[in-house]
Design a binder for this molecule. Sequence first.
Ligand code: MN
Length: 194
Amino acid sequence: MGSRKTYKQKRNFEVTSEPRPSGYSHDGEPIFVIQKHNARNLHFDFRLEINGVLKSWAVPKGPSTDPSEKRLAMPTEDHPMEYADFEGVIPEGQYGAGTVMVWDKGTFENLKSKDGKNVSLEQFYKDGKIEIFLKGKKIHGGYALIKMKNRKGWLLIKMDDEHADARRNPTSTENRSVKTGRTLSEIQTEHQND
Ligand code: MN
């Protein structure tokens, strides 16, 4: 965080098993992914497909299902689409060294329009106000991502809809990968020699 370097500039693909950008694209609704990342600090990386890349935020506490909880989301570098399936171990000495899990993944819809007109999600991103409906396995329903005024950080907030649930606490109770069913420590053990 805080660096203006790009995804490629930050990584040595001879050393890390993270994907090289290959121009991957797909049909259908845009995707989102939430990766649990046990780096220097345990955090969640929230990524949204906007205009062919994964716009990314590091969310220390991860998403809440409680509309009264505002979760800090710090913007990080754009990630290539391929990253949505990355699960494994980033080696010591590499940027983001630690274990990565695909904690949740799915598609999403843009909920916002402007003066009744369709406006691109990229424009809402630039304006710092995003409202989306997430269709994941763990995280479902409307979420707002709002950039704080005169600050670098954003806030990730559950919208008050029928999917809101103040009693659920999925970031602490749901510990397994939606891709492989593994815990962070199982991923670490199985990938430490990648
Ligand atoms: Mn991270």
